[in-house]
Design a protein around this ligand. Structure first.
Ligand code: FNR
Length: 185
């Protein structure tokens, strides 16, 4: 049985470079992993008043999609040196109800990208700290910071140079090992 990985993309725009990077990682992954993108764009802002017997339907859809997976791959761009609010909101929705969040404890990995130059380090760094609060064992190595994503990954999710391709492959190979070690029973 392959491990199933949920991909959360921190960008809503059509043509997102983050999603391109996701497509590249899916293509390069070993057959011990399967993937599904879980959409986060229509989750109402987290509001504790809505955390009732019947929370917003979009929260429930999101939580039901995350609950069965073995691991979570976050692909984040950087907005003002942190993660986009839409991704933070998804983390918050997935972290609740208290002590029963579907994200809690699941193994994770972070891929950060920018069409700019600094590899979205600030976003990755903030996100990693959030996942500590959720008890998510988050792959430490290799770290994935991609700069100039638009030059390195095509619209179809193909990688334009061999070094980057080999690196992305090493990342998803390591993710498979990581999830095998840390997945919840
Ligand atoms: C950005 N961008 C950006 N880039 C970066 O490297 N560091 C940053 O801090 C920021 N800040 C930032 C703030 C806001 C509000 C926007 C809209 C954009 C540029 C960003 O990397 C670029 O828009 C990417 O294309 C976003 O990723 P997607 O949408 O292509 O996945």
């Amino acid at each position: 049985e392959p491990y199933e990985i949920a991909i959360l993309v921190g960008s809503l725009r059509k043509g997102s470079f983050s999603r391109r990077l996701g497509d590249a990682l899916v293509k390069l992954a070993p057959d011990t992993l399967t993937f599904k993108y879980v959409e986060i764009g229509d989750l109402p802002y987290y509001n504790e008043d809505l955390e009732t017997e019947t929370p917003p339907a979009a929260w429930t859809t999101f939580r039901d999609a995350i609950a069965p997976v073995d691991g979570v791959l976050f692909i984040t761009p950087e907005y003002n040196r942190s993660i986009p609010a839409v991704l933070k909101n998804a983390v918050d929705v997935g972290s609740r109800p208290y002590a029963a969040g579907v994200l809690n404890g699941k193994p994770a990995a972070i891929a950060a990208q920018t069409p700019g130059t600094m590899g979205a380090f600030g976003a990755a760094h903030h996100l990693r700290q959030m996942l500590v609060a959720l008890g998510m064992p988050t792959m430490a190595h290799p770290e994935l910071y991609i700069a100039k994503t638009h030059e390195l990954v095509t619209e179809d999710g193909n990688v334009t140079n061999e070094g980057t391709e080999a690196f992305l492959k090493s990342f998803v190979d390591a993710l498979a090992v990581w999830v095998g070690k840390h997945k919840q029973s």
